[in-house]
Design a protein around this ligand. Structure first.
Ligand SMILES: [Zn+2]
Ligand SMILES: [Zn+2]
Length: 218
């Protein structure tokens, strides 16, 4: 299992940064793009710069319908109409139709497998509704989150059913109940995380700075 941060508020020097999040997950020859940042050109630039081809992406998962996670989607689909796009069934009809015109769409309601060892939490009710990814690895579960609007604790609750949580990566939004992070070995809070300093202070060993271009391989 290999995770590459494609887009984030912070980036390594050779890459574009912006308010948003995107992560590429590779497992058994499949490439899954989770979220697409806030804009297409920077996202496409980073994908190329990191040695990937947009047309090789097999699956796209959109965590929630916010501009900083959907911004690059249509730029990706312009270059790749073969990938399946997993959205929540509660996303707007307009947005889903625009995807349908360009690619095969899968509407998610409940927990399910996306591809081998990669699962979605299914729709977690909130404003807006959100889904996160659960990755099964031999070190434990890696949870990849967009903004965590429903709360990191709610997402972890679902992920825990799949095994012990090894890592969590993505935006934590206003999540402040830090006890919930206690037993996690890698806490890659990034993007929209409001309590970044508090998390860093409380978990200095587990906290991992995340920048576009970072790779986590297990
Ligand atoms: Zn966000
Ligand atoms: Zn959001």
């Amino acid at each position: 299992m290999k995770l590459t941060i494609i887009y984030n508020n912070e980036a390594n020097p050779n890459l574009k940064s912006g308010w948003g999040f995107s992560c590429l997950i590779e497992e058994n020859g499949k490439k899954v793009l989770f979220d697409t940042g806030c804009e297409g050109p920077g996202l496409l630039y980073n994908i190329k710069e990191l040695g990937y081809e947009v047309r090789d992406i097999n699956v796209i998962v959109i965590s929630h319908q916010h501009w900083d996670h959907t911004g690059g989607l249509f730029d990706v689909l312009e270059l790749n109409n073969k990938s399946e796009v997993f959205v929540l069934n509660s996303f707007s009809e307009h947005f889903k139709n625009e995807i349908r015109k360009r690619a095969e769409i899968k509407e998610i309601k409940s927990e399910q497998e996306i591809t081998e060892n990669i699962y979605t939490t299914g729709l977690i009710k909130n404003e807006p509704d959100e889904q996160a990814l659960i990755l099964k690895t031999n070190k434990g579960i890696i949870v990849v989150v967009g903004c965590s609007h429903p709360g990191v604790d709610k997402i972890l609750e679902i992920a825990k059913k799949y095994g012990k949580i090894y890592a969590i990566i993505g935006g934590f939004h206003g999540f402040s109940d830090l006890d919930a992070l206690r037993d996690i070995e890698i806490i890659g809070a990034c993007h929209c995380t409001q309590y970044m300093n508090e998390i860093k202070e409380r978990f200095p060993k587990q906290f991992r700075e995340i920048r576009a271009g970072d790779v986590i391989e297990i």
